[in-house]
Design a protein around this ligand. Structure first.
Ligand code: ATP
Length: 336
């Protein structure tokens, strides 16, 4: 049984999702204790529970401690079979965070997943970030995944829907520092709003463009105006393996939303690293299973990366090295 101290490092939900994903794919049982111990409301929140339930369905696991606010979970996986999953988070819980538990195990045999929840919510990759940054990096490692946003879902009602189809994939380590397009000066993006006046999306985009131009970047930002189940707005920008995003809120000017996203990506683009601070934690479990070495530089070594490194160490030993802002992962080849 692999033992994970859920309060290690960042000590948030991600350490849990990475542990569950690695348990599913290796077939090794895992016990996670002190779950989110340092958070104001410790233990499992509904969103984390949904992630574990989804993984349980994917690999017919036996699970103990599966209830809201539980601080200890034991997960014993069984067989991973190709199947279809329908997951309804019920709230605006993030669909991309659910994927942090199940995308990795899903590539062993292939899977079709329909997930309803939040597509553009705080503290999580937006669906546009996931498609254009996360999946871009993962596809270089060999992940075969088709990702479609059917409708967006904003806080608090959610109701967004994505369809994710993965195929059996074999992963190989990559030296991301070799990639030429990471030096591009063009920023791409989508500015969107639902059930709000059209000008919200265009003002967000214009403000981001203005800021980027002033800072020496070209931009190409598309507009998306819809009438979804929930109301909201947001903008996601990306270039190479870097992103920036911001969400609208009542009383927050559209110009401020646009500028916030542009400031975030401009900061990342001004760093010499090839990865932004988020993608650097999101590729780690995939690289750990690939055949051969993966390496990249990151704009910042975050607590999320340290937490993931800790989880990976409990499963596979010392296979991750941090050297300044460079990360090297010696993949164990389980999916190679
Ligand atoms: N703006 C963003 N763009 C891209 N990725 C993001 C962004 N914000 C957060 N993430 C990613 O989302 C994940 C968040 O993990 P975290 O542990 O904080 O989640 P959580 O379940 O919300 O935890 P908790 O509620 O315990 O804080 C990380 O992989 C992080 O890189």
């Amino acid at each position: 049984m692999i033992e994970i101290d859920g309060s290690f490092g960042e000590g948030g939900g991600q350490i849990l999702r990475s542990s569950i994903a690695l348990s599913c794919i290796t077939g090794k049982a895992v016990r996670i204790t002190r779950i989110r111990a340092n958070r104001p409301k410790p233990g499992l929140a509904p969103q984390h529970l949904k992630g574990i339930e989804s993984a349980k369905m994917l690999c017919d696991a036996e699970v103990e401690g599966l209830k809201v606010r539980s601080m200890e979970v034991t997960f014993r996986p069984s067989d991973l079979k190709p199947k279809g999953l329908e997951i309804d988070i019920g709230t605006a819980g993030s669909v991309t965070l659910i994927l942090q538990s199940i995308l990795l195990p899903s590539i062993l045999r292939g899977c079709r997943m329909k997930i309803r929840g939040g597509t553009d919510v705080k503290w999580a990759p937006t669906v546009d970030y996931f498609r254009n940054v996360t999946l871009k990096a993962l596809s270089e490692l060999g992940v075969r995944c088709n990702f479609e946003v059917i409708t967006r879902g904003y806080y608090p009602k959610g109701g967004g829907e994505v369809v994710v189809e993965t195929e059996e994939s074999s992963l190989e380590g990559v030296d991301f520092n070799d990639f030429k397009d990471t030096k591009s000066k063009t920023v791409y993006g989508i500015s969107h709003c639902s059930n709000l006046p059209d000008h919200v999306a265009s003002r967000q985009a214009k403000s981001a463009e203005r800021f980027l131009r002033k800072n020496g970047f070209e931009s190409d930002i598309k507009l998306e105006v819809t009438k979804a189940y929930s109301t909201g707005s947001g903008i996601t920008l990306w270039s190479g393996y870097k992103g920036g995003s911001a969400l609208g809120e009542k009383g927050k000017r559209a110009e401020n939303v646009g500028q916030e996203s542009a400031m975030e990506i401009a900061k990342e683009m001004n760093s010499k690293a090839v990865f932004d601070r988020h993608i650097a934690d999101q590729v780690m479990v995939f690289a750990a299973l690939a055949k051969g070495k993966t390496s990249y530089t990151t704009s910042e070594i975050t607590m999320h990366q340290k937490s993931n490194a800790y989880v990976i160490k409990q499963f596979f030993g010392d296979i991750i090295y941090f050297d300044g802002n460079r990360v090297v992962i010696e993949g164990v080849g389980l999916l190679g």
